[in-house]
Design a protein around this ligand. Sequence first.
Ligand code: HEM
Length: 220
Amino acid sequence: MALTGFFLVVFLIVHCYINANVLFSNAEENFNRAAHFMGSNILIRIMEIGLFVGFILHIVQGYKLELQNRASRKSRYAVTAGNKTSKWYSRSMALLGTLILLFLVLHLVHFWVPSRFGGLTEVEYDGKTYHNLYAQMQDIFAVPWVVVVYLLGCFSLSWHLLHGVQSAAQTLGITSKNYFQTIKTIGIVFSIVVPLIFALMPLFVHFGWQINTGDISLLF
Ligand code: HEM
């Protein structure tokens, strides 16, 4: 769980960085160019297979662990210790993970399916044709309930990561007290900042907001 989880964390950083283009000036061109690079680079396409395998392994392992935990809990305790021994989010990994899975299925139908199997409009920059994924975002995030579902997805991701990053460090044997505290702090910051940046995307696109950076092409 820890290793597949860490792999997914790396994916989240890259995904968040590329997509953050939609928050700044010249969002359409910058984001479409960056997404095109990700979609056409052969190394990244190979990694995509690893990504899907990573997701499936992480999900299957997660459910197996939850079933094991439930089985052992039932036979040992008459009452649960609740807040005394663990935080709510660490007891709810399966529930939060399931919400993220539902979000992910919807999300892939919105973007990945039309990007790989057709259905996107196209746009030209310097005589070269690109998928207009930004226009797809504008269509998808024009619908208020979709924006709300994405916000809930980002919130679930944040809670899921809050526990996941710390627990992964423990599993991988990072037990030195100072080191563990540092990892814990980085984990908490990451678990809040990355989902927050993701959450800004549907909001910015829905309301047509952009942070003005002039002519500077900020990311990528
Ligand atoms: C909330 C803001 C988000 C936006 C606006 C967004 C947007 C996009 C877009 C446009 C694509 C298609 C890229 C392409 O096909 O080239 C995509 C792909 C994908 N997204 Fe997101 N995403 C968001 C959050 C997330 C989160 C939180 C996760 C994971 C928990 C996620 C997982 C994925 C996956 C697995 C793919 C397919 C990867 C691939 O193309 O290889 N996304 N996303």
